[in-house]
Each structure stands twice: as C-alpha cells, then as structure tokens.
Design a protein around this ligand. Structure first.
Ligand code: DGJ
Length: 329
C-alpha cells in the first residue's frame, strides 16, 4: 500500500513537472537565472534547435572572465524558459593582434548536416570597430569547445552586427550590417557553412541587430537603427523572397516606446501542433555593466504582412502546441 502511494506521488510529481515545463513563463526584463541560479550570459545571442533541445549561445560578459579573452556561453532547454548552463563554448584571445582589448559580439551557431559540424559565426572587431570582420570557429559537439578558424569580410564587405537565419528548407544565411553600403546584406552560406557565398539581398536600410523569419510564404526582416548601445524604435519590412523586393520599413511598436528599451537579436519560430509563435528576442543593454544586460523576449503578433511587438509582460509558452499566452490579454 505504502509503495503504491509512493509510486503515485512520484508519477504525479513527474506529470506536474512536465506540465510546468511545457507551460513555462518568460518574464521580459527581469533577471533570467540558469539552473545554477546565475544570470544567463547569452547577450546578442542566437538559438539553435536540435530535436527537442534548444541551445542558446551568446556573449558571456561575466565580470569574473579574464579581461584579455572573449567568451561565448552555451545553455540548453526543452521549454525555452528553463536554461541549463553547458559551459563556455568558446574562449578566445585576440586572434588579430596582440591587443588585449577587442570585440567579439553576437555569436550565432549553425549546424551543418553535410560535415556534421557546428560552425559559430561572430562579429570580430578591434576596440574602435574598424576591423569589421566575421570570425568563425568550429566544433564536433554542440557545446564546444569551439576552435577558432579564421576571420574574413563576407562578400568582401565590412561587417559589424550579424544575424542568423535558417530557412524552412534548411539553407543557412548570414545577415550582416555593412556601413559603407548604407544597408545590410542577406547572404547564403556555402554548403559546409565555412564561408559566405552568395548575396541574396542588399537591403538599403542601415540597420543593426538584423533578424529574419519566414512565415506563411512571407519573409519578415527586423532591425534597429544605429544608436550604439542606446535603444531606438526597431522596424520591419517584408518580401516574398529573400532576394526581395522589400517593402518600406515600418515600426514594430509605437515609436515612443523605443522598443521598450531593447534591441533585436533574433526571431525564433516555434511551430507546434496547434499554433506557430514567433518570438522577438532582444537585448536590453546596460553598457556600464554588460553582464547585467537583460533580455526582452515576446511573442510577436504577425498577420498578413503586418508585425507588431506587444508591450512586455510575463507570458507562457507551450513548445509542444506552439501556443503563447500573455499575462495581460
Ligand atoms: C550596437 C550593436 O548592435 C551592438 O551589438 C554593439 O556593437 C553596440 N552597437 C556597440 O556600441
């Protein structure tokens, strides 16, 4: 009898635990703690989905880091709300010179099925942001350690903020902002993801934090204006194909809201059994203490070519059904 009660209790806990994980609450702007109780260090980040697991990579700005190195942290999750720290996937000393001060920003990881390797792209720069290159590092395992390979200017262009996009057919693209062209490029990666091969679009809008999603036959591109670490009103445009034509850019939220203090980093599509939710992933930067920068993740309202970012508030996501529920509907 006692054993039966115990078994029932164990089963109940398991079911409740699974339900809690499926209906996970995301709280924009609040400190987001990992399984160790530490604030997640995945700034300017990106998500890679492998089966049921999501991996979140981003800039690790922990004050305890060696100031002469730059780090990319990796976390995993089944529900996009509870994150397990997997370690520092990349630890890099300046690969371009002896200066201790250099920039590694906005890391994004692609899985390449052909080589079965993971390829990390990041913005590599000197402290004056004049180098303007992408760096790449590879690993046989998702959480690294990633080995630095080289840096280059994609398509021969200056490249600062980068974004990642994988289309429904698995093709991989890099988005990169290129100041001299007053715009951002969408470019296809090579078959092995080790280089940037083909220009799809040069969108004539000088936007940072570039992100893309493909939904119901339409591509949506989101980005921010260039105001350093300070927030500004993010905008979006749409196109029937990655080569355009792109519409004019429109505000994603009331412009006076200034994207609620955040800047885009990625658009994540969660296609479930009942619904598809597109998550606007953004950073609320704190330039004086970058480690304490916060995250603003909200489900977007997307309908027939229009895109809207609702006011930040706690919301729950069911990754199985794809349904998102806002606390203040
Ligand atoms: C805006 C970019 O989006 C960030 O990634 C970072 O490079 C800051 N500028 C630096 O000012």
């Amino acid at each position: 009898m006692e054993r039966a009660v115990l078994l029932l209790a164990v089963l109940l806990c398991g079911t409740l635990g699974a339900m809690a994980r499926e209906h996970a609450t995301i709280r924009p702007g609040e400190p987001w703690l990992d399984n160790r109780g530490q604030q997640i260090q995945a700034h300017g980040g990106g998500i890679l989905q492998l089966g049921k697991l999501y991996y979140w990579f981003g800039e690790d700005r922990s004050p305890s880091n060696d100031p002469a190195m730059r780090y990319v942290a990796c976390y995993s999750s089944t529900d996009l709300a509870h994150w397990h720290y997997r370690g520092q996937a990349l630890a890099l000393a300046n690969p371009e010179g002896p200066e201790r001060d250099f920039v590694l920003e906005r890391p994004k990881v692609f899985y390449n099925a052909k080589t079965q390797r993971f390829v990390m792209y990041f913005h590599l720069d000197d402290r004056h942001y004049k180098l303007a290159r992408v760096g790449i590092a590879v690993s046989d395992t998702v959480d690294g350690p990633y080995k630095y390979v080289r840096s280059f200017r994609p398509l021969g262009q200056e490249s600062r903020d980068i974004g990642q996009f994988v289309d429904d057919d698995g093709s991989a693209y890099l988005i990169f902002e290129s100041r001299p062209t007053h715009g951002f490029f969408i470019a296809k990666l090579s078959d092995d993801a080790m280089s940037v091969e083909k220009q799809m679009s040069l969108v004539h809008a000088p936007l940072e934090g570039g992100a893309l999603v493909h939904l119901n036959g339409l591509y949506y591109a989101v980005g921010s204006h260039m105001t350093g670490w300070r927030p500004n009103p993010d905008v979006y445009a749409t196109a029937p194909s990655l080569s355009g034509p792109w519409t004019e850019f429109r505000d994603i939220a009331p412009p006076e809201a200034n994207t609620y203090g955040a800047q885009s980093t990625m658009l994540l599509k969660v296609a479930g059994t009942r619904a598809t939710t597109v998550i606007f992933m953004a950073d609320i930067w704190r330039p004086q203490q970058l480690w304490d920068s916060r995250y603003l993740w909200m489900p977007l309202e997307i309908r027939n070519g229009s895109l809207h970012l609702p006011a930040p508030q706690p919301w729950t996501l069911n990754v199985k059904t794809g349904e998102a529920t806002l606390e203040h509907k």
